[in-house]
Structure formats: C-alpha cells, structure tokens
Ligand binder design. Structure first.
Ligand code: HEM
Ligand SMILES: [Ca+2]
Ligand SMILES: [Ca+2]
Length: 304
C-alpha cells in the first residue's frame, strides 16, 4: 500500500494542536534522557519494517500461552521507550479523544527526535491507521535486517520502499544517533572477512569493550558514531575512516555504488539532510494502513 491517502492537513480539524503537543511532550522527555531520540528513531524504523508503519511493534502479547510478540525477536534487542509513545497517546486522548493513531505518534516522535538533535526539519504526511492484527517474533526475525547484511540486501530493503540509491544510503545515516550492543558487534569482530575494512585502533577498542565471542552480559554498548547525541553527518566520516560499527556501516564504504555517496554526505551535511528528509518521508509513508484499513487504537498496546 502506498501513502497516497495520507495528508499534510489530516488532523487540521480533528486535532489541530497535535504537532505542538507531541513536540512539547518530546522536549520534556529529552530533557531527562538524551538517549531517547535514538530510541524513538529506531522504534519508528522497526515498526515500519514489520507489517508497515502501523504501531504493530507496540502490541502486548495476545497469546497468553506463548507471549510471542514482535518485541521478543532478538532483532528487536535494545528497543526501548515504547511506553513513552503510550504516554503521549494518553495526553492526546485528553486533547482529541479517539483521533490520533499510535502509528502517527511513532512517526511524529521520530521526526521530532531528528529535529531536536540538530537534524533537518522534516514534514511528514499523516493519517496512518493502527493495525488490527498482531504479528509475532517470526515476522520480526524475517523482516528486520541483521547488522551484517550486504549492500545488495540494504538496497533491496529501501528501493522496495521507493527510495533511490542515494536515499537508501541516507536513511542508514540514522546511525548518527545512538548505540549498538556487543551482541550485534561480536560476529563481525571475531569473524573478520578480508573485505571488511576496520581501523586498527577502533578494532582494539571494540575488542576491549566486547572481549568475548559470546557476550557475557547484554549491558556493554558502543556509540554508533563519534557524536551519538547529535544528528549530523559524522556517521559518514566515521564510516570512511573504517570506524563504522556494524558490518553494513562498513560495507557502504567499500561498495563502488555507495562509496561516492558516502563521500558526498561526509563532505556536505546539508546535502545529507535533504536526501535524508526525502528518504524519511518515503519510509514513513510506504506500507501504511489508511482510512478503513485499520483503526485508531484507544490504547497503543492493545487492539480495540
Ligand atoms: C537496514 C539496515 C539497518 C541495520 C542492519 C541496522 C542495524 C542496527 C543495529 C544492529 C543496531 C544496534 C542495536 C543494539 O545493539 O542496541 C541499530 C541501532 C540503531 N538503528 Fe539501525 N539498522 C538499520 C537501519 C536503520 C534505519 C533505517 C534507522 C532509522 C531510520 C535506524 C536507526 C537506528 C538507531 C537510531 C539506532 C540506535 C538505537 C539506540 O541507541 O537505542 N537503523 N541498528
Ligand atoms: Ca509495524
Ligand atoms: Ca552523530
């Protein structure tokens, strides 16, 4: 389903102050936790990647015997702050009861996260509906990418959402924010492929942080780039220096299709911001439920 039914004025009458309210709530959240923007940006991607941007990621288990939800998938390791989407929803239920979908709140939280941390101001169309069906960890396992995917796989994921080559490289620039945990690093670190470029000092640092092939705890993490709280083009500079954290971050610096784009984004932050913005709109509006295809949930963690 393409986002043709979404609109830039969707809540003009039904919830005119929506974007201000979300912004206000987000600023309060960010004031107490500077790592929250990264969490919201990743939450948005992981929602859209499994069954579309439909807030399926927020659903509690509907099956009491298995407790199987999307979030159970190991690919969703590190996903956090879902409860704050529910909090914003409860604020909006007082302001405009029954109007605003949880899927739109996730998308708005993500774009505020980009803006708040110094990234571009992105305008996204609204009107996504929430899913009336839950998914499970198997769906998440299948649809969420592993840190070591190839450039071909990366391009497949994003060109299928209507992105061009540049946009597909730009959307990965979301890794300018946040962190990765050892579980997602050790495979690359202890099975080095000859083609995999990694700065020597960076590699020693990673080995100190993640000293064993099987992480002893789930606690240790490493920044995605040098400035993990700032949405800037530092990610591309890091990648060019052989300091990309995940396999895919490194791969875009060696593939002849993507390397020139990485170079351009590293040299021209404005250009990166522009391409990221159009990529973000495509990510947010592909595979959405509109009108009567879904519902506006009353509570984000359960189907009405
Ligand atoms: C398609 C290729 C992608 C792969 C393979 C990938 C993989 C990963 C992995 C393994 C982590 C670390 C999770 C952890 O260990 O805690 C991560 C973090 C993150 N990813 Fe991606 N990602 C991809 C694309 C994206 C996209 C498109 C976005 C957003 C638009 C995104 C946003 C983030 C953010 C913000 C974090 C940091 C989260 C935090 O600090 O809580 N990623 N990603
Ligand atoms: Ca979803
Ligand atoms: Ca950064």
């Amino acid at each position: 389903v393409h986002g043709g039914q979404l609109g830039y004025d969707y809540y003009k009458y039904s919830c005119p102050l929506l974007e201000d309210t979300v912004k206000k709530e987000m600023i309060a959240i960010f004031a107490t936790d500077i790592s929250a923007p990264a969490a919201f940006l990743r939450l948005f991607f992981h929602d859209c990647q499994v069954q579309g941007c439909d807030a399926s990621i927020l659903l509690d288990s509907h099956d009491l015997t298995t407790h199987n939800t999307e979030l159970v998938s190991s690919k969703n390791f590190g996903i956090r702050k879902q409860e704050l989407i529910s909090h914003i929803k409860s604020v909006l239920e007082l302001e405009c009861p029954g109007q605003v979908s949880c899927a739109d709140i996730i998308a708005l939280a993500a774009k505020e996260s980009v803006l708040f941390t110094g990234g571009p101001h992105i305008t996204i169309p609204l009107g996504r509906k929430d899913s009336t069906t839950a998914t499970n960890s198997k769906q998440a396992d299948l649809n969420l990418p592993s840190p070591g995917i190839t450039v071909d796989q990366l391009l497949h994921i994003f060109t299928s959402k209507g992105m061009n080559l540049e946009e597909s490289v730009a959307i990965l620039g979301a890794h300018t924010l946040g962190v990765g945990h050892c579980v997602n690093i050790v495979n690359r670190l202890y099975n080095r492929k000859p083609s995999d470029r990694m700065d020597f000092v960076f590699e020693q640092m990673l080995r100190l942080k993640c000293p064993t092939r099987v992480p002893l705890t789930n606690l240790t993490f490493v920044s995605n780039d040098l400035t993990p709280f700032v949405f800037d083009n530092q990610y591309y500079t890091n990648v060019l220096m052989g300091k990309g954290l995940f396999g895919i971050d490194s791969s875009i610096s060696t593939d002849p299709r993507t390397l020139p784009i990485v170079r351009r984004f590293a040299a021209d932050q404005n250009y990166f911001f522009n391409v990221f913005s159009s990529a973000f709109v495509k990510l947010s509006s592909t595979n959405v439920l509109t009108q009567r295809q879904g519902e506006v949930r009353r509570q984000c963690n359960r189907i009405n």
